[in-house]
Design a protein. Structure first.
Length: 141
């Protein structure tokens, strides 16, 4: 019976590591879905996204050009997108981040002209609604 238990334990361990490898492998494949091309990044960039999240795109920009990222770090929860952008990095970011509150810190120190991208933290679970109008008071005779 000891032999059967150890075989079952080995099988469970192998299954765990196989599942872990699949999950990590998918994460890497999605990160590979971002291609950045440019001869002159301060003027024009071509950004091709194939089934990657906005967070993965921003991370790719950080990895390639050293653009700092700050603020909301939960942007990987977005659905994957597939799109191609061409233009200056500020114009691309304007289109990529169109539904977010963000700020771009520009600087000539970075080859793209963008030093940092700040993304505001927002809580969509609390929709802002106008308060109800005050109740009408009865007219006095």
């Amino acid at each position: 019976m000891t032999r059967g238990t150890s075989l079952g334990g080995k099988f469970a361990a192998r299954a765990f590591f196989f599942t872990l490898a699949l999950v990590l492998g998918q994460s890497e494949l999605r990160a590979e879905g971002v291609t950045i091309e440019s001869d002159n990044p301060s003027q024009r960039i071509k950004l091709q996204v194939d089934k990657a999240t906005v967070g993965e795109v921003l991370q790719a920009l950080h990895d390639k050009y050293g653009v700092e990222l700050a603020g909301n770090t939960d942007i990987d929860s977005d659905d994957p997108i597939s799109v191609t952008f061409q233009g200056s990095l500020p114009n691309i970011l304007e289109r990529l981040l169109r539904n977010r509150n963000y700020m771009i810190v520009r600087s000539k120190k970075n080859v793209t002209g963008v030093e940092k991208i700040l993304i505001a933290v927002s809580d969509h679970s609390k929709d802002t609604k106008s308060p109800p109008p005050p109740a009408a008071s009865p007219a006095m005779p």
